[in-house]
Design a protein around this ligand. Sequence first.
Ligand code: FNR
Length: 371
Amino acid sequence: LPLHALLNLDDIEKEGTKRISKKAWAYYFSAADDHISKEHNNRVFKDIIMRPRVFVDVTKCDTSTTILGYKVNSPIYVSPAAMARLAHPDGEHGIAKACANYGVMQIVSNNASMTPEQIVEGASPEQLFGWQVYVQNDRTKTEDMFCRINAMRDRYKFICLTLDAPVPGKRELDERGSIDNNEVVEAAGNPGAGKRPGGGGVGQQLFFGTAADLNWKETLPWIAKHTDLPVVLKGLQTHEDVYLAAQHAPQVKAVILSNHGGRAMDTTSPAIYTLLEIRKYCPEVFDKIEIWIDGGIKRGTDVVKALCLGAKAVGVGRAGLFGLGAGGQAGVERMLEILQTETTATMRLLGATSIPELGPKYVNTRKVERD
Ligand code: FNR
């Protein structure tokens, strides 16, 4: 199908699926165990009810906002997701060019299939990138990467440290997909990733050599020794950990509420529940650090609900990869166009014309409130 005939993110996923290898599909689509978290991530948004206000002039609507103080056209961003070139030769650089055209942030995966230099080639200084890190057992590999990112600090404005996967989740689809097709994968931030004895799923290969000993006490000071870039902690799933993260401001400037798209541990909390916990138990953290979320975002209404509950930015993972599969850079642009158009329409139907106006008064969360 031509890209203009794809009308929503499910259409993009179907078209992307048709055009990529079975192995790539299995890696992208997969989630841990029984896919409970993956499905819950999306379903939870459907149980939040909108409370639109009418009789409001919505002729104009502005979705621009700031992320870590940088201006972006939209709070939507592309989450770090490994191995974009399994979908299309445009790879992470194609995603970067699409993000440039929509004025949105991109967080690049430690396990990107292109080098950090290639990905930002030709980017304007205004474009916002973050570099995601999986710390390696061989710390010199990660220290070398900090060094490279420091040298490109006019492009990569922060380090995103992913914490929800000290070990990979059990992704059976990915393991099955790799049984017939066991070509080795190579990752920018983990040279030698594909050397896992016995091969395994793409995920298992990429996690080979990744450290499981990170902790609150030692890891942030170690990072501070190697880079003074701000840190964004990804994969927080409880208000207790978000509270702890806020104690590490100003080094830590944001957290991403995420269960890794359901790919790490199954039956974990969708980000929205954690967001509601924060509102209840430690609302003061909203003034100390930014709260971003990802997981299961498919519609403009999902984006706007997260923003109403206090999220500053909202990420999409699989949608970027399937967009790339559906049509390279142009497919990612179509994905962003759809989500951005839906988000603007949702805001106008809600009676809100700018991001700062959004707040909890626009949503009824009774059905998803816990305890
Ligand atoms: C991911 N994700 C991820 N996260 C991360 O911090 N580093 C990584 O390298 C990857 N790699 C990765 C690969 C693939 C194929 C997927 C689908 C996901 C997780 C990602 O950043 C994000 O948290 C989820 O994808 C969000 O959920 P949705 O939007 O896919 O539902």
